[in-house]
Design a binder for this molecule. Structure first.
Ligand code: ASP
Length: 287
């Protein structure tokens, strides 16, 4: 039994939201990840493949279309975790990679470290032969407009999966929050905060206000609740509820070791898409 669930960010529902684009984008990404799983690929392969699709889609706040810093630049964060080995890789503040999730995976598998930031992460990516792009290539007109209008962008992306060997993985990628200070790092590249995976607990990817998610180590909290025996949806709901104390709103997706896909969000919306042996689906609001 293999399964994958992706999210395309949690946040307020605005009249001009591209609801269909976000739902379709999530479904396309979930299908890409599922195809990897169906062919016998690992959960890590699947979450990387799904997140790359979302990073390439300008609808989402990751890769192309990322939210911009106060200075109008894209500074990207991403992380990935392998639930079988507890290996993890992350990058923060990278400015010249369209697919920071692949850079995070290289950090996990080839650097001997868990996290690289800024210029060091970029030098490592170049050494690894990953393609670079000018920062402007990541900047869309919509992201510039959001910055000018002081609107918070929410469209961080993430994926969780279980593969045919029963192993779990999680991945998250983002441009962060619109108008952030240069150098700000959110929850997305922090293991246990935006991303967590442990075959004995769950794989989790979060989205929402990073400053609040970090304070409650949301991804790890949700995974612990699954380990305590809670149903996946109940664990997701209770973990998200802990955020109120940290004065933030967020959402998360998870997959349990039994292959249950579940999610919860305290925002108005969290776009999502999934594929498992029973079929596929997508959602945007509370529907
Ligand atoms: N969690 C992301 C961050 O704070 C933003 C988001 O999910 O919308 O960087």
């Amino acid at each position: 039994m293999v399964a994958i669930l992706v999210h395309g960010g949690a946040g307020p529902h605005r009249p001009d939201d591209d609801v269909e684009g976000a739902k379709r984008g999530c479904l396309v990404a979930a299908r890409a990840g599922y195809e990897v799983l169906r062919r016998g690929g690992s959960a890590v392969d699947a979450v990387e493949a799904a997140v790359r699709v979302l990073e390439d889609d300008p609808v989402f706040n990751a890769g192309i279309g990322s939210a911009l810093t106060r200075d109008g630049r894209a500074e990207l964060d991403a992380s990935v975790m392998n639930g079988a080995t507890l290996d993890a890789g992350a990058v923060a503040g990278v400015t010249c990679f369209q697919n920071p999730i692949t850079l995070a995976r290289r950090v996990m598998e080839r650097s001997g470290h868990v996290m690289l930031m800024g210029p060091g992460a970029e030098a490592f990516g170049r050494e690894q032969g990953l393609p670079t792009v000018p920062n402007e290539a990541l900047v869309t007109a919509a992201a510039r407009r959001e910055l000018q209008e002081h609107r918070t962008s929410n469209g961080t992306v993430g994926a969780v999966a279980i593969d045919s060997a029963g192993h779990l993985a999680a991945a998250t990628s983002t441009g962060g929050t619109t108008g952030k200070l240069p150098g700000r790092v959110g929850d997305s590249p922090l293991i246990g905060c935006g991303t967590f995976a442990d075959d004995r607990k769950a794989a989790v990817s979060c989205t929402g206000l990073g400053e609040a998610i970090i304070r409650v180590t949301l991804a790890r909290a949700a995974a612990d609740l699954v380990e305590d025996g809670l149903d996946g949806f109940e664990a997701a709901r209770r973990a998200v509820a802990t955020l109120a104390r940290a004065r933030g709103q967020a959402g998360l997706i998870l997959v349990t070791p039994a292959g249950q896909l579940a999610w919860a969000f305290s925002t108005q919306r969290m776009s999502r898409g999934w594929v498992d042996s029973r079929g596929e689906g997508c959602g945007f609001g509370a529907d």
